[in-house]
Ligand binder design. Structure first.
Ligand code: ADP
Ligand code: MG
Length: 573
């Protein structure tokens, strides 16, 4: 390791030289309170900025171990430190001037969810903090302006690090509060399992968001209150007793008039697989972390998925136990999404009628009378929903405002009225019973349903192998590996575009190391997931250095991403 003054001397020497002379600064330097690692230097002032790593030793930061000695606390602390660092660094960005990206100082921006990120990592063993960020090395035209870089590295950065990373200078109450929140969120997650619940929505939660493009809470929203019959009491370690709605395992319907807050409740449950920051309004909206949103996704590709649970006897005799298409319909796409969710270890399916294919969800009585069973390849979800739970333990939470057909299948029926929740199970069940007694069509008998075949094996795709493979993203919409686009628009539980970038790296890793047309997809993903749990994101990143802008997705989204790769060949025996 070199001394910081060596870097300063070097920088002074290369002032006014051609931009490539910056390459010589690559290396590791001891600064007063931290180690600076210049990992990658941009080729010119207009290229993507340079990558910098800062390591603050645990002893220097001196943050008490109780704030990071559990995974949930560590992730919360990382998130908190990163946000503080980000806020401070913003003020300095572009204060140093020059051409192109000269003077840029940037680090990951966090949203409402708390995610594990490569931008800030704490070593649980020794408390070392690693910060990864980007700096635009300054130039005038294409010649080095190292005086400006000296400002950044020897003035701006040390100040920000001192203000945000040393325990003696940081807001201790805030750390304490955040840490407690993370433990309480973890506590509720554990309690869910103990009480046979799949979700909890605390009284007083704010579910609606400011707008379709903002994750911030809606101002003056009606706060959530549980129906009395569904009240569950959680005895939180710090806040004490908190009451709220406990959604039990099984089948839950959310009904009610249009615009009364049904989708808003479901969306809050979708995001409840993540923990939320203080002040979000959904701090104690916690959903079983395997829950998956299922929707229609016309046009997606389906690669040898067993959708026979829902679709059989297609007119062209196509095999639906290993269904392949480059252009799925609404119903086949939704059927594939369910089968793939089961393969991805998901215990709860979240469905909104707003984004479902009607013919996948129900067949009304009159239609059953006119079009005979044998002529309809689709076995609608309503005929499987009960078995999915009774036989396989897979619960459903379903928003259904327009059809009462699901009443007889449901265990719990919640009505949303003017953003308030009511338990109408008894009343709706009674009405459903009367109605069924009156109607003349036979209710369809369930056949012997089995879980989808999960013996899918994936062949490696040569074009995605090697060091030169490029990974890019397009917001939350897609992952690009080389020139191939993986469409993720309808994978709705992705919340941060850095998760998509990480998915790109994970797919690249799996494709290079794991796909061999012998191991089945489940084994491959599980094995990769174990590796990530052990070694972190770095365990699967085959870059020379870990990019500064990666955030962890869930395991379920890894499956979802692989399932949407049109380049991969899949076999199913
Ligand atoms: P539905 O699915 O029942 O048709 P939505 O959930 O889409 O209704 O909600 C309709 C509108 O009401 C949305 O604009 C949403 O932001 C707003 N909204 C939802 N819940 C609340 C609430 N608790 N307080 C205030 N506004 C809300
Ligand atoms: Mg809706």
């Amino acid at each position: 390791m070199k001394d910081m003054n060596e870097l300063k001397d070097l920088l002074r020497r290369i002032d006014h030289k051609g931009y490539p002379a910056y390459k010589d600064t690559k290396g590791i330097y001891q600064f007063t309170n931290y180690i600076l690692d210049i990992e990658h230097i941009q080729g010119d002032p207009f290229a993507s900025p340079s990558n910098i790593k800062i390591i603050i030793k645990g002893k220097t930061a001196d943050i008490p171990e109780i704030y990071y000695n559990k995974k949930c606390k560590r992730i919360m602390l990382q998130d908190y430190l990163l946000r503080q660092f980000g806020k401070k660094i913003e003020k300095y960005s572009f204060l140093a001037k020059g051409s192109g990206k000269s003077g840029l100082m940037s680090i990951s921006k966090c949203g409402q969810e708390i995610l594990e990120r490569s931008a800030c990592q704490i070593n649980a063993e020794n408390g070392d903090i690693i910060i990864r960020m980007e700096i635009g090395f300054p130039a005038n035209g294409r010649s080095i302006n190292s005086r400006e870089l000296i400002k950044i590295l020897f003035d701006f950065l040390p100040r920000v690090v001192n203000e945000t990373m040393l325990y003696k200078n940081i807001d201790k109450t805030a750390i304490e509060k955040n840490c407690r929140l993370s433990e309480e969120q973890e506590y509720i997650r554990k309690e869910l399992k103990k009480h046979g619940l799949i979700a909890f929505v605390a009284n007083g939660s704010i579910l609606p968001r400011e707008s379709g493009i903002s994750g911030k809470p809606l101002k003056n929203a009606v706060k959530f209150r549980t129906p009395q019959s569904m009240n569950v009491e959680m005895n939180l370690p710090y806040s004490g007793l908190v009451n709220g709605m406990g959604i039990p395992q099984g089948i839950t319907l959310i009904v009610g008039g249009g615009y009364h807050g049904k989708s808003t409740l479901l969306e809050a449950l979708e995001k409840g697989v993540y923990n939320h920051i203080l002040g979000d309004g959904r701090e104690f909206v916690i959903t079983d972390e395997t829950a998956m949103k299922i929707r229609a996704e016309d046009g997606r590709s389906i690669r040898q998925v067993d959708i026979s649970m829902f679709i059989q006897n297609l007119p062209n005799k196509i095999d639906t136990t290993s269904f392949y298409t480059e252009d799925a319909s609404g119903s086949t796409s939704q059927a594939a999404n369910v089968a793939e969710a089961i393969e991805a270890d998901c215990n709860i399916l979240l469905i909104d009628e707003d984004t479902s294919a009607t013919n996948f969800m129900i067949r009304d009585d009159l239609m059953q009378r006119v079009i005979k069973r044998e002529h309809e390849p689709i076995i609608p979800y309503i005929e499987r929903i009960r078995e999915l739970y009774d036989k396989f333990g897979i619960s459903t939470i379903l928003v259904a405002g327009s059809s009462g057909a699901y009443f007889e299948k449901a265990d719990v029926i919640i009505q949303m009225e003017s953003y308030s929740a009511y338990d109408i199970t008894e009343y709706a069940k009674k009405e459903a019973k009367k109605y069924i007694a009156e109607k003349s069509v036979e209710t369809i008998k369930n056949d012997n349903v089995v879980l989808p075949n999960m013996e899918r094996k994936v062949c490696a795709y040569k074009d995605w192998q090697g060091d030169r493979v490029k990974i890019k993203i397009n917001g939350l919409d897609s992952v690009l590996i080389q020139k191939d686009c993986i469409d993720m628009r309808y994978v709705e539980q992705l919340v941060d575009n850095e998760q998509l970038r990480t998915l790109g790296y994970i797919i690249k890793y799996i494709n290079e190391k794991m796909f061999n047309d012998k191991a089945n997809l489940r084994d491959v993903v599980e094995c990769t997931w174990d590796l990530i749990e052990q070694k972190g994101i770095a365990g699967i990143c085959m870059n020379r250095y870990l990019p500064s802008n990666l955030a962890m997705p869930r395991k379920q989204e890894i499956y979802a991403c692989i399932n949407r790769c049109r380049q991969l060949k899949v076999k199913c025996e």
